[in-house]
Design a protein around this ligand. Structure first.
Ligand code: NAP
Length: 254
């Protein structure tokens, strides 16, 4: 049974003060909202993504709100290799000495087709961005998360990462793999290093990805990314320091 945001949680204005948090896919959609919200609550945010102009726009918004200065880290997860992740880890180690939070948010939809019709190219691209990149990035960043003593690693899942559904193909499989990575890491890291590991299913949210998956839908029928931020703040704040290995729903059904 997925967990939900505790009813008694309210994010205090400084709940992420002095935390260093990396957000992937920080230029748009849920990642952009998370980066802005983390910064607003006191975090120094590392904005990672593939489109520099979008990252710069988020950087400027953070600067305009007089939040801690953000950092931009351009990276295309499709082509990034082990040495790119090592460079990222080395940069974080050098600049900050630790990483308090990592939000794995970037992902791609791939083809919305039956598995029978999914092309190998599309399958491989989705697995590279949604699974392999997450694995490589997590593995190289575990030592800097451990240096935090109280690190929070958050994976982004989907309802089709918890129950398979026709025509969600590689994306669905990639989200099941994401949930497995979350559970395994939660079991391995928490006792060893104090790094807690959880996953969020954002639920239908008005972003580019949702609009392209459901072109016939009225986009504003779905909540904005900003509306689901309380759960993201909770999982990055010390309020959740004893929460590990859990699947959360940002928009529980009942
Ligand atoms: P989105 O609007 O498509 O944003 C995805 C972000 O990831 C964008 O900033 C994108 O960069 C970045 N990205 C994609 N491929 C990348 C790559 N190869 N390298 C680096 N960055 C890359 O999606 P979203 O709706 O915010 O989704 C965020 C997360 O929530 C995803 O994991 C998604 O599966 C999950 N989710 C969303 C919904 C929903 O209803 N929206 C529901 C369930 C789960 P560009 O902007 O440069 O393209």
């Amino acid at each position: 049974m997925p967990q939900r945001l505790p009813v008694n949680f309210t994010a205090d204005a400084a709940c992420l003060k002095d935390k260093v948090i990396l957000v992937t896919g920080a230029g748009d959609g849920i990642g952009r909202a998370a980066a802005l919200s983390f910064a607003k609550h006191g975090a120094t945010v590392i904005l990672l993504g593939r489109t520099i102009e979008k990252l710069e726009a988020v950087y400027d918004e953070i600067e305009a709100m007089s939040a801690p200065q953000a950092a931009i880290y351009p990276m295309h997860l499709r082509g990034a290799a082990a040495h790119d992740y090592q460079e990222l880890a080395d940069t974080i180690e050098r600049e900050f000495g630790r990483l308090d939070g990592l939000l794995h948010n970037a992902s791609i939809l791939g083809q919305r087709r039956s598995l029978a019709q999914t092309t190998l190219d599309s399958w491989e691209e989705v697995m590279q961005v949604n699974v392999n990149a997450q694995f490589m990035m997590t593995q190289t960043l575990l030592p800097v998360l451990a240096a935090s003593k109280n690190g929070s690693l958050v994976f982004t899942s989907s309802s089709v990462g918890r129950k398979g559904r026709a025509f969600w193909g590689a994306y669905s499989v990639s989200k099941f793999a994401t949930e497995a990575m979350m559970q395994i890491l939660a079991d391995e890291e928490y006792d060893l290093n104090g790094t807690r590991v959880n996953s969020i299913n954002p639920g239908a949210t008005n972003t580019e990805m949702r609009r392209s998956a459901y072109p016939g839908e009225n986009p504003t029928d779905n909540p904005s990314p900003e509306a689901i931020m309380p759960l993201y703040l909770y999982l990055m704040s010390d309020d959740s320091r004893e929460v590990n290995g859990q699947q959360f729903d940002a928009q529980p059904k009942d």
